[in-house]
Design a protein around this ligand. Structure first.
Ligand code: PLP
Length: 253
């Protein structure tokens, strides 16, 4: 059985983070490994509190797991602290990990910062160069590229800048754009992943998408095919979401 590791934050509501990543891995038929980089107290309405796991303990979790199991792909999500970013970069190098998908989490949809000062810049410098795919939303792409993104041509420019930092493929997810949910893919040439924009706000979209991508890479699909399949999975998943009555919609698959 193929193995995928998630290194991300804990979301006790189960809609995002490690908890949701593991559900996606299960759906794709891959074995899920996990290391918790941060804790959150949150529900579908918002994030009440965040806390970074000590970087030495994050390192320990990963080292102990990797002693027995080397993942076929790794998804990296909320890391919260610059120390954690350094641990992950060193771990990737030391273990020569491949098929790395980075969801460069900076801020929750509800507006809470999920990355401390300096985290985006450091991720860009020491993690992004090792990634197969990075999946920023428009806000994250803007922070990482250092440019305002307003028009479609800004989006294309940002994708080119981000590709310049070294990943094989950049997918800027478009769910937050008005009107359409088209993702822009750049791997040297541009392509687009179409999605129908459904009403409502969704919690954990970035986590689900990046976990689906990592699963598909582990299963042996190349990056362009993984991107197309992960997008179809998202389009199906939006239809199978539910509301707790308050807050954002949650994916139930
Ligand atoms: N909580 C955790 C642990 C996450 O990893 C993420 C991912 O981006 C979020 C919350 C944000 O969720 P959303 O912005 O979809 O509400």
């Amino acid at each position: 059985m193929k193995k995928v590791m998630t290194i991300a934050g804990s979301d006790p509501s189960g809609g995002a983070g490690i908890q949701q990543d593991l559900k996606v891995f299960y759906l794709f038929g891959v074995y899920g490994l996990s290391a918790v980089a941060a804790l959150t107290a949150q529900n579908s309405s918002g994030v009440a509190e965040v806390m970074a796991v000590e970087s030495s303990f994050l390192r320990k979790q990963i080292n102990v797991v990797l002693r027995e199991s080397v993942p076929d792909a790794t998804k990296i999500g909320m890391l919260l602290s610059t120390d954690n970013v350094r641990v992950i970069a060193a771990m990737i190098k030391k273990n020569r990990l491949r098929n790395i998908v980075l969801d460069p989490v900076i801020r929750s949809s509800s507006g809470r910062m999920l990355a401390e000062t300096g985290v985006p810049q450091l991720m860009r410098e020491i993690i992004v160069p090792y990634c197969t795919v990075i999946t920023p939303n428009i806000y994250e792409a803007s922070v990482l590229s250092g440019m305002d993104i307003i028009t479609d041509s800004d989006l294309a420019k940002a994708a080119i800048i981000l590709k310049g930092f070294g990943p094989e493929q950049v997918i800027i997810t478009g769910g937050h754009r008005a009107g359409s949910a088209v993702d822009i893919v750049y791997d040297g040439t541009f392509s687009y992943l179409k999605g129908q924009k459904l009403p409502g706000e969704y919690h954990g979209t970035g986590c689900v998408f990046s976990s689906a991508l990592a699963s598909l890479l582990a299963l042996g699909f190349d990056a362009p095919t993984a991107a197309r399949r992960a997008k179809s999975f998202m389009n199906r998943s939006f239809r199978k979401s539910f509301s707790t009555g308050t807050g954002m919609r949650l994916f139930s698959f």
